[in-house]
Design a protein around this ligand. Structure first.
Ligand SMILES: *[C@@H]1O[C@H](CO)[C@@H](O)[C@H](O)[C@H]1NC(C)=O
Ligand SMILES: *[C@@H]1O[C@H](CO)[C@@H](O)[C@H](O)[C@H]1NC(C)=O
Ligand SMILES: *[C@@H]1O[C@H](CO)[C@@H](O)[C@H](O)[C@H]1NC(C)=O
Ligand SMILES: *[C@@H]1O[C@H](CO)[C@@H](O)[C@H](O)[C@H]1NC(C)=O
Ligand SMILES: *[C@@H]1O[C@H](CO)[C@@H](O)[C@H](O)[C@H]1NC(C)=O
Length: 395
């Protein structure tokens, strides 16, 4: 090849590098430069990626960047799209610059999407958290912007990256089929309001593996329509634990089924593993096949808890039982320390008692003594060592 052709080749290669069938789009070639705002560059790179006919990677090199809200939407022609971020990308601290969107980075309607790299997505939450009035103003509070919304994605992976200091939830998973979080990291302080780690709803086949979550609210929470969700090798703390629900407040919900939490460690969290439903609600969905196994609790206030009288801020009548049926729940090989004497709480609905709840080798201590189990409308089957239900509540 002539010198001129070779020079031309190098020139083109700096924009588009085709390696082993995967096309690489460097954000820098779209004007996304270190210390600059990469909103436009990301949007343009996404448009190019989406229309690619071969698998494609958007590459963000290690540097600091700013980015406003982006909406990365499919369906795409590309067989697979990866965003590989080695840098630190910051959201605006000033909420008004986010155009009132629910999610800072929203990825929707894509098959085979991957988010990876050693980088960080920093929601710059500290300057906005005081705008969160939801604890005081329950019914009409303004929702702040989440770091990520992954909606209607199929066969997708989020790996290695860090989500830091989101203004609200870190990640909302909605309508996805087969999505995996692997070696993902979530980092926000204990006192940051509503910074749930990963919230899942209306999705089938979600795996959260080898992930470290420290935040101010639930580490992982399952909303209605979550089916076949697996959590393995996750550490949680600080945070409020791993929760199913709350559900039952409205009628439009769909069932929650097949949730397995295994080989996890929770440290200094408010709850450990929890299922919660609203009393006095119209919802009648079922929650079935919930399995919690090989879990270490370190100073967890409520390590094992089913609460069908979940009613924060006393906004409902606890005397009207929840209509949500809970069936097939196992708590197996759960050990460590509880922050309260009642380390196991099984408060089920008087209307539709829990069915087939198993406690198998649940060894928890509070101040050096075995915890007790507080139960109502549940008759757990006990195998191995586990606290028996005590007190008047053992109905
Ligand atoms: C995801 O899968 C669902 C169910 O198979 C399908 O209806 C939908 O079109 C797929 N979405 C994309 C973006 O491929
Ligand atoms: C549930 O997940 C397992 C493993 O991830 C998979 O093999 C199975 O097909 C899934 N079932 C459904 C109904 O999605
Ligand atoms: C999961 O199991 C592996 C192997 O036993 C262990 O090294 C790791 O610490 C466990 N993870 C948690 C979060 O307990
Ligand atoms: C136990 O957890 C609580 C928060 O739930 C915390 O205030 C306390 O410092 C923790 N104790 C230890 C010994 O870490
Ligand atoms: C409950 O678990 C049993 C096996 O223990 C299974 O046969 C049954 O189908 C499960 N019920 C539901 C509603 O999934």
């Amino acid at each position: 090849m002539s010198i001129i052709t070779f020079a031309l080749f190098l020139f083109l290669a700096s924009f588009v590098v085709v390696t082993a069938q995967k096309k690489v789009l460097d954000i820098a070639s779209y004007g996304g430069l270190p210390n600059g705002d990469i909103t436009q560059a990301m949007t343009k790179a996404w448009a190019a990626a989406c229309s690619s006919t071969v698998p494609v990677r958007i590459y963000v090199k290690n540097a600091k960047y700013k980015m406003l809200d982006v909406h990365l939407k499919g369906p795409c022609k590309a067989p697979a799209i990866e965003i590989y971020n080695d840098g630190t990308i910051q959201a605006p601290g000033d909420m008004s610059q986010l155009h009132g969107v629910q999610q800072w980075i929203r990825v929707e309607y894509v098959n085979k999407f991957t988010l990876s790299g050693r980088g960080t997505f920093d929601g710059l939450g500290p300057s906005s958290w005081h705008h969160n009035t939801c604890a005081k103003n329950v019914h009409n509070c303004k929702m702040l912007t989440m770091n990520f919304g992954f909606s209607f994605l199929n066969n997708s992976v989020i790996r290695d990256v860090t989500s830091k200091d989101s203004k609200n939830f870190h990640v909302n998973v909605l309508g996805c089929n087969n999505i995996e979080f692997n070696n993902f990291k979530i980092d926000a302080p204990e006192d940051s309001p509503n910074t749930d780690g990963i919230h899942i709803g209306r999705s089938v086949g979600v795996r959260i593996l080898h992930t470290k979550i420290g935040t101010g609210d639930d580490c992982i929470s399952l909303g209605d329509g979550s089916v076949n969700v697996t959590v393995n090798d996750v550490t949680c703390g600080p945070g409020h634990g791993i929760s199913v629900g709350s559900v039952g407040k409205i009628t439009s919900e769909t069932p929650i089924d097949s949730f397995t939490v295994k080989n996890c460690t929770l440290t200094n969290t408010m709850n450990g593993v929890r299922i919660k439903t609203w009393p006095a609600g119209p919802g009648t969905i079922t929650i079935t096949n919930m399995h919690f196994e090989d879990i270490i609790m370190n100073n967890v206030s409520n390590p094992v808890i089913i609460d069908q009288e979940y009613c924060p801020w006393n906004q409902c009548n606890k005397k009207i039982p929840s209509k949500i049926k809970i069936r097939n729940v196992t708590f197996k090989n759960i050990r460590g320390t509880s922050g309260t004497k009642e380390g196991v709480t099984l408060i089920c609905s008087a209307g539709v008692p829990c069915e087939n709840v198993k406690l198998s080798d649940v060894k928890l201590t509070f101040k050096g003594r075995e915890v007790v189990a507080k139960c109502s409308n549940a008759k757990p089957t006990i195998t191995g060592v586990a606290p028996a239900c005590v007190g008047a509540a053992a109905a």
